[in-house]
Design a protein around this ligand. Structure first.
Ligand SMILES: [Zn+2]
Length: 235
């Protein structure tokens, strides 16, 4: 993974001038240099020292929320792995591909999603101004977040990458809501069926029927699975 000193300009998302072929006609893409609008946080490797300490739990939790379905213009160069873990751990260790963009004062902090692993596993402590920005950051996909990002990100970034990521993020949020609602419904219905099946809840043709206890149990398991998949962290 690329290494950047914390709070230094991040040119990881710069795009060289190029011509894209493969469509009906070649498309020229202008160079995009916007490192001055991005400040790196948490781009660690195994050769440079980094600050250690305990990040406040509330900020860590908020960063986890921001990482679930972050806005980002693109995934430029593939997966990140952890160089701080032992080589044996790296084999099956965490990997991250997404990046978290947190609005600062006229720029965006950008952190790889691996930052959560660095914080939890290696006691990495991000700069205090980044922690403050995380605490104040609106949810990605909210009108407030997108308006802030749009005011900072050069328009050519949207011209080249499109705004699909904004729409994808919205769909991701809707999907998570749908999974959560379905999971809770499954739990409620599963609970009722189970209690009727084991003859605790009277008044139904299902009461005392063992098979409904089994159906209820299966529904409970499915509901828990849906809730876990909707809310789990990706690292
Ligand atoms: Zn590690």
């Amino acid at each position: 993974m690329a290494y950047y000193i914390d709070l230094s300009p991040c040119d990881y998302f710069d795009v060289p001038e190029q011509v894209v072929r493969g469509g009906a006609k070649p498309r020229a893409i202008p160079a995009i240099k916007w490192a001055h609008r991005l400040r790196a946080v948490g781009w660690l490797d195994d050769t440079h020292p980094f600050t250690r300490g305990k990040m406040p739990a509330a900020v860590r939790a908020k960063l986890g929320d921001l990482s679930r379905d972050p806005w980002e213009p693109c995934h430029p160069l593939g997966w990140h792995t952890c160089e701080l873990c032992s080589s044996a751990e790296q084999e099956s260790g965490p990997r991250g591909i997404k990046n978290i963009f947190v609005p600062g004062d006229g720029f965006l902090y950008v952190a790889p999603e691996m930052i959560l692993h660095y914080i939890e596993r290696h006691d990495y402590l991000p700069p205090p101004e980044f922690c403050d920005a995380v605490s104040a950051c609106p949810q990605p996909g909210s009108r407030s977040y997108l308006e802030t990002v749009r005011a900072i990100v050069p328009p050519e970034v949207f011209q080249v990458f499109g705004e699909d990521s904004l729409r994808l993020r919205s769909r991701g949020t809707l999907m998570r809501i749908a999974l959560n609602v379905s999971g809770v419904l499954f739990l409620l219905v599963g609970c009722v069926w189970f209690l009727q099946g084991i003859n605790i809840l009277p008044g139904s043709f299902m009461t005392g029927q063992t098979k409904w206890a089994v159906y209820g149990g299966l529904l409970l398991v499915a509901g828990i699975g849906l809730l876990i998949s909707a809310n789990r962290r990706r690292i």
